[in-house]
Design a protein around this ligand. Structure first.
Ligand SMILES: [Fe+2]
Length: 254
């Protein structure tokens, strides 16, 4: 399986502090079915992209060396989890922090205080850069939980949603599980990833989490979200189309 959202790199954000901890996450991922990981450390300030890319690439190289030394069957790809606020309007070079240098940009927002209008403007700004936003953990946003029509609208606009495996496994509370599950059942989510931060806490024991997913999620959907869709992202290809059903009817005009 492919884990498209992982804080696998050490000493760069709130993920692992040491190479040892990074390697523990690598080993756990492999043990639980992951063979490809996008290193998506937090990027909070677009003005620091140059420094971020430098630090990230250096850590990826060192981590790959360790992975090779241990003979782990694991590939690490460059990426970032980009925090989007009003600075997006003047941001430059975001194409440098996409997933595996594709057109796909993994993004997150303020958790509680973003209006629908503002969110749509952020999304449109990203599309105007010829990038495709992948919104990380939509189930964690109170404004999306409260407005499924907005989720539908964004899906139709071409936004890709990535739900966290621990949410879908029910490990983070009912509200997050509920939205993650609805989005998966309606094929509004295209990708499942771990958002792992530590082998001790928010980890990447993916196969174990999958065993706690609701049993009525079709096998083909899981294959799509855990392999096919992320594979196409890393290859910078369009995602294969899947039939979607609306979560709720409501109209937005931006
Ligand atoms: Fe994350």
């Amino acid at each position: 399986m492919i884990d498209l959202h992982s804080h696998i790199l050490y000493d760069i954000d709130d993920g692992p502090e040491t190479m040892y901890e990074s390697m523990r996450l690598c080993e756990m991922g492999v043990e639980y079915g992951i063979d490809r990981i996008a290193a998506t450390s937090h990027l909070y300030n677009p003005e620091e992209i140059g420094e971020f890319v430098h630090n990230r690439n250096e850590r990826i190289l060192r981590l790959r060396e360790q992975i090779d030394k241990r003979g782990l069957q694991l590939r690490i790809y460059p990426g970032a989890e980009v925090f989007v606020d009003d600075s997006i309007y003047t941001a430059q070079h975001l194409d440098k922090v996409t997933l595996n240098n594709s057109r796909y940009l993994l993004v997150e927002f303020e958790f509680h205080d973003v209006s629908a209008r503002r969110l749509i403007r952020y999304i449109d700004t990203i599309f105007k850069m010829d990038l495709v936003p992948i919104v990380a953990h939509p189930e964690r946003y109170s404004f999306l939980k409260a407005d499924l029509g907005l989720v539908d609208f964004l899906v139709q606009r071409g936004v890709i949603f990535q739900v966290n495996a621990d949410s879908l496994a029910g490990l983070t509370g009912f509200a997050e599980f509920d939205l993650a599950y609805r989005m998966v059942r309606h094929n509004a989510a295209s990708i499942i990833a771990t958002d792992a931060h530590s082998h001790l806490g928010r980890a990447n024991d993916l196969l174990r989490m999958i065993r706690s997913f609701p049993p009525d999620i079709p096998r083909e959907s899981l294959d799509y979200m855990l392999y096919t869709a992320p594979f196409h992202v890393l290859a910078n290809k369009d995602l294969p189309r899947i039939r979607r059903t609306e979560l709720r009817r409501r109209r937005y005009d931006g």
